[in-house]
Design a protein around this ligand. Structure first.
Ligand SMILES: C[S@@+](CC[C@H](N)C(=O)[O-])C[C@H]1O[C@@H](n2cnc3c(N)ncnc32)[C@H](O)[C@@H]1O
Length: 277
């Protein structure tokens, strides 16, 4: 997630309802234009934003801020540590961790969440494609039940998913395309046992895009980023896209709201999937 700030903060009037409807229509037009182009020129691949370099740079630019390294910011300023506690309590309440649970944290970043969860579970394997973030995670590591690895989730071997109870992706799927998440699902599904769970947290919700870009200025910034193929936050998902994937791979899917006090609750949602067969 890029630092959630804008080039020109300035005056931010609230968008009125009619304007918001216009913006929604513009988003639809924009999405239609992209899919028309893709249908017309199937061989021309849209350039893929390089999130790995993005997170490498973010980590190096904020060597002393573990929160900024993983984009836990509002308007460029790091959020309070109480926000991380809120995320951890929310995960604990939603997943009811047990000391026998083997957890995989996909896109673990610098290990903030792994560290907080490790006393509650048997083991955690953290995977991330940023060597700098994994280095930070390893240098902060106190608990022997955490293992970190540098791996791209698009190339991760399915053996990594065998005999695990919980697959966690916190603020990660916005950096994956539909095809990439589909392939990851395929790989997890081929190894996971019945009853295993996937927790996808902090998913930017397409229909609440305007809760985040809530002024014309912010929305124009979003459009500029999309136009130049430098997405600001990444992919905004609809719940139906995730529901379709869960059905396809035999997972039961439940959407949950984020805690009201969480700084992302107005535009992100969480999702727990349970393997049915
Ligand atoms: C917003 S950060 C969240 C980090 C961590 N889950 C947390 O909540 O603190 C997103 C993380 O996903 C990782 N990531 C994104 N795409 C990835 C991919 N294809 N393979 C591995 N890691 C990826 C990034 O390197 C980054 O550490």
């Amino acid at each position: 997630m890029k630092s959630e700030q804008y080039k020109t903060p300035g005056h931010r009037p609230r968008i009125q309802l009619s304007k918001s409807i216009c913006l929604k229509a513009t988003i639809l037009k924009f999405e239609r234009l992209i899919s028309d182009l893709q249908a017309k020129y199937p061989k021309v691949k849209l350039m893929r934003f390089d999130w790995r370099t993005y997170f490498e740079d973010l980590c190096q630019d904020h060597n002393n801020s573990r929160l900024k390294q993983v984009g836990k910011t509002i308007d460029g300023k790091e959020v309070s540590w109480a926000q991380i506690d809120l995320i951890v309590v929310h995960l604990k309440n939603s997943l009811k961790f047990e000391k026998t649970h083997r957890v995989v944290d996909l896109g673990c970043g610098n290990g903030l969440i792994c560290e907080a969860l490790s006393p509650m579970v048997h083991s955690i394997d953290g995977y991330d494609f940023s060597p700098s973030l994994i280095k930070k995670a390893n240098s902060a590591k106190r608990q022997s039940n955490i293992q970190y690895n540098v791996v791209d989730l698009c190339k991760i071997p399915s053996e990594c998913f065998k005999s695990k109870d919980i697959y966690l992706l916190y603020e990660v799927i916005q950096h994956l395309t539909v095809d990439e998440l589909h392939n990851l699902f395929l790989s997890i599904s081929s190894s996971a046992s019945t009853g295993a769970r996937i927790f996808m947290g902090g998913i930017p919700e397409k229909k609440r895009l305007l809760n985040f870009y809530n002024t014309r200025e912010k929305y124009n910034y979003f459009l500029e980023c999309e136009k130049s193929q430098q997405p600001h936050i990444g992919k905004w998902w609809s719940q139906n896209e995730l529901l379709d994937m869960s059905v396809q791979f035999g997972w039961n899917c439940k959407f949950i709201s984020q805690p009201k006090l969480l700084y992302t609750a107005h535009y992100r949602f969480d999702c727990i999937m349970t393997k049915m067969y």
